[in-house]
Design a protein around this ligand. Structure first.
Ligand code: NAD
Length: 344
């Protein structure tokens, strides 16, 4: 088993990887604590019907490492971790399952703090909270999406200023892929700032709402890459930036909320060579974790807004450094995170 973990593609000297199970509730999960140099590890709990246990391991290793980088660059006093539950979120969720997860977190003694993620909800986290205090993102005010959208908006402004030498969004065209919790709110802000929206989603109702409320033009799901836009805003799936889509992309800037936008690491350099300014995903989409972290640490909600707006300055520094060193923004962003971790 150890060879299996240590030889995993995404193994990156994770501090601790724990398998948790309970027969009665059917809990089968993996918790990965990647790095706690800056503080206890924080990151969401994903529930997914993984085709194999190896895929679940791979996912938790990759996602927990991503959280370390995201939290470090966001200047938060927390490390990176993640948990995955193996099961179908539509049919396998019970209060007992999340209570069992809470007990497992309690046994870890606060080294990892969980929150909602794909396949889990604030209600599920409320069940976790009956057994442990190492959980965040609870209740009605727990939705981090509006802050993720705010971070994307100020990040897009920084990109526009740097790459297009413009202080305003007025008249720019933004191709928004995905009008969910984050994408819609981001689109609303862009519209209010005078941008023209072209949108794609698999959800007809979301498209019609964007058309009626924001004057958005609707295109087919696959046509979003061909839109002659100034900004491409991926807010749905990961890995949408690959050599295929890159050949089609007309946008000069990529600024969106989706996690893991680059299909492979080398796509960051391909974007640079094409003259496209890429706002690294884990920098621009940190608004949500900033909000969740403030809530967990009982820091004033009033200060969250200012902290999220700092994403703009962080990106501006990354853009400037990448330009002057002739390197991809994704590579520079990784380095910023690594330096903060090394200093801690
Ligand atoms: P969501 O599920 O609310 O929205 C996703 C939207 O994308 C939905 O409207 C869905 O119909 C649409 N979609 C699915 N497949 C599509 C396709 N092929 N083409 C176009 N649209 C498609 O999710 P969300 O919370 O808005 O998150 C969006 C992305 O941002 C995800 O990748 C998520 O991991 C990432 N993210 C979210 C947060 C947050 O605070 N919610 C924080 C960081 C990163």
């Amino acid at each position: 088993m150890s060879a299996f973990i240590f030889n995993e593609l995404n193994f990156d000297n994770h501090e601790q990887v724990v398998f948790v199970s309970e027969a009665k509730s059917g809990l089968k999960g993996i918790i990965a604590v990647h790095n706690t140099n800056l503080g206890p590890a924080m990151g969401g709990c994903r529930m997914w019907n993984y085709a194999s246990e190896a895929l679940a391991v791979n996912d938790v290793l990759r996602l927990s490492r991503g959280m370390t980088y995201k939290n470090a660059v966001a200047g938060l006093p927390i490390g990176g971790g993640k948990s995955v539950l193996i099961g179908n979120p539509r049919t396998d969720k019970t209060p007992a399952l999340f209570e069992a997860l809470g007990e497992a977190l309690e046994r870890l003694g606060g080294r990892y703090i969980t929150a909602e993620d794909v396949g889990t909800s604030p209600q599920d986290m409320a069940h976790v909270a009956t057994k442990t205090r190492y959980v965040a993102g609870l209740g009605d005010s727990g939705d981090p999406s509006p802050y993720t959208a705010l971070g994307c908006f100020v990040g897009a402004q920084a990109a526009v200023k740097h790459h297009l030498q413009r202080d305003s969004m007025e008249g720019l065209t933004v191709a928004v892929q995905g009008l969910g919790h984050v994408g819609y709110d981001y689109a609303r802000r862009l519209h209010a700032a005078g941008a023209k929206l072209v949108v794609a989603d698999i959800d007809r109702a979301a498209l019609e709402r964007a058309r009626d409320e924001l004057g958005a033009e609707i295109v087919a799901v696959d046509a979003i890459y061909d839109v002659p836009a100034d900004i491409y805003a991926p807010c749905a799936l990961g890995a949408t930036l690959n050599p295929d889509t890159l050949a089609r992309l007309k946008a000069k800037i990529v600024a969106g909320a989706a996690n893991n936008q680059l299909a492979t690491a080398d796509v960051g350099e391909l974007l640079r060579q094409k003259g496209v300014l890429y706002a690294p995903d884990f920098v621009i989409n940190a608004g949500g974790i900033i909000k969740v972290c403030y809530e967990y640490l009982n820091k004033p909600e009033a200060d969250v807004d200012a902290h999220v707006r700092e994403i703009s300055g962080t990106l501006a520094e990354i853009f400037t450094r990448a330009d002057s060193e002739g390197r991809a923004t994704s590579v520079v962003a990784d380095e910023v995170a690594q330096m903060r971790l090394a200093r801690a």
